[in-house]
Design a protein around this ligand. Structure first.
Ligand code: PAF
Length: 283
C-alpha cells in the first residue's frame, strides 16, 4: 500500500471536500520531511483522533536563516512516503513551491510576544516563516486538528497564538517529545553528530531534567540555571545560546517557579545546534 501524494491546492481541496461530505474529522501533521520516529508519533496520535490524516511535506524557504542551510536540507520524499504508508496516513500533501508562495506573494505573519527571545533571538525571521507557512497549510487543508511536537516548544506556542489570533478554526494538539533510550530528543539534526558528539549529546536532556527536579525541590531559579549552564559546558557542549525558565502558558520569563514552567535550552555540539525542553513544576 502507498500513500497518495498531492501537489496542488486545487487537488487537495477536492479530496478534502469529498471527506467533508462523508462527515470525516480531518487532521494535519505539518513536516519538512526527513521523517523520524518523532514525526511518526504525531501521525499515530492524529490517526487516533481523526478519520483522515494529511501529512504535509514542504521545505519552507522562509524559515531558514541562510541559503546554504536551505540548500543543504535533505529531501527524502520517497523514504518519507514509504514510512507513512504502513501507518495508514491518508494523504501526503507535498505542494509545489508555487502553491505556497505564488508569484507576488507579499504576506508575512508576525506573532509578537511568544516569538521573541529563546530561538527567536538567534534565528531572526524564523518564526515569521513558520507562522506564515503554517497558516497557509491550515487554510489550504481546512483541517480540524493539527499535531505538533513539544520538542519545538516555542514553535508550538507561536502556532497556537497565530491560530487563535487569526480565528483559524483548528485545534492544536501538542504531543510529547520522543527520546532515544539514552534521553536524546529525536531530531533530524542528530545524524550530523559525530560518534563522540553523539555520546555527549544526551547530557543536555539529563541536565535539564536534573535542573527541573532541583526547581521542584525548591532550589532558587537563578542558582539552578547557573549550575545547569556549567554542567552543559562541562559535558562538552560549546556555545549555549540560552537556558531559561519560561511560563508554559505564554513563555513569559519566570524568576520563581510559581506556575507551570518549561526549562528550554539551545546549545551547540561541534557544528550542530541542538534544542530541548522539559517541564518544570512545583512538587
Ligand atoms: O517543525 C517543522 O518541521 C516546521 O517548522 C513546520 C512546522 C513543518 C513548518 O514548516
Amino acid at each position: 500500500m502507498s500513500v497518495p501524494i498531492v501537489r496542488s491546492v486545487a487537488q487537495l481541496r477536492e479530496i478534502v471536500a469529498a471527506w467533508r461530505r462523508e462527515g470525516a474529522r480531518i487532521a494535519v501533521v505539518p513536516t519538512m520531511g526527513v521523517l523520524h520516529e518523532g514525526h511518526l508519533s504525531l501521525v499515530r496520535a492524529a490517526l487516533e483522533k481523526a478519520d483522515r490524516v494529511i501529512v504535509t511535506l514542504f521545505v519552507n524557504p522562509k524559515q531558514f536563516n541562510s541559503q546554504a542551510d536551505l540548500a543543504a536540507y535533505p529531501r527524502t520524499e520517497d523514504e518519507d512516503a514509504a514510512k507513512l504508508a504502513p501507518l495508514g496516513a491518508h494523504l501526503l500533501y507535498a505542494p509545489d513551491g508555487i502553491e505556497i508562495y505564488p508569484e507576488g506573494f507579499a504576506t508575512t505573519i508576525t506573532v509578537n510576544g511568544v516569538s521573541e527571545g529563546l530561538c527567536g533571538a538567534f534565528r531572526p525571521g524564523h518564526f515569521e516563516g513558520v507562522a506564515t507557512v503554517v497558516a497557509k497549510l491550515f487554510l489550504q487543508t481546512g483541517a480540524d486538528l493539527a499535531f505538533f511536537g513539544e520538542k519545538d516548544f516555542q514553535q508550538l506556542q507561536v502556532v497556537r497564538r497565530m491560530a487563535r489570533d487569526l480565528d483559524i478554526p483548528i485545534n492544536i494538539v501538542p504531543c510529547p517529545t520522543v527520546r532515544e533510550p539514552d534521553g536524546l530528543a529525536l531530531s533530524s539534526r542528530n545524524v550530523r553528530l559525530s560518534p563522540s558528539e553523539r555520546q555527549v549529546a544526551p547530557r543536555l536532556a539529563a541536565i535539564l531534567f536534573e535542573a527541573a527536579a532541583r526547581l521542584t525541590g525548591g532550589a532558587p531559579v537563578e542558582a539552578a540555571l547557573d549550575e545547569a549552564r556549567s554542567a552543559i559546558a562541562a559535558a562538552g557542549y560549546g556555545r549555549i545560546e540560552y537556558l531559561e525558565l519560561r511560563a508554559e502558558e505564554d513563555l513569559a520569563p519566570m524568576q520563581a517557579l510559581d506556575r507551570p514552567g518549561r526549562l528550554l535550552a539551545a546549545a551547540w555540539l561541534g557544528d550542530t545546534r541542538l534544542i530541548d525542553n522539559v517541564e518544570s513544576r512545583l512538587g
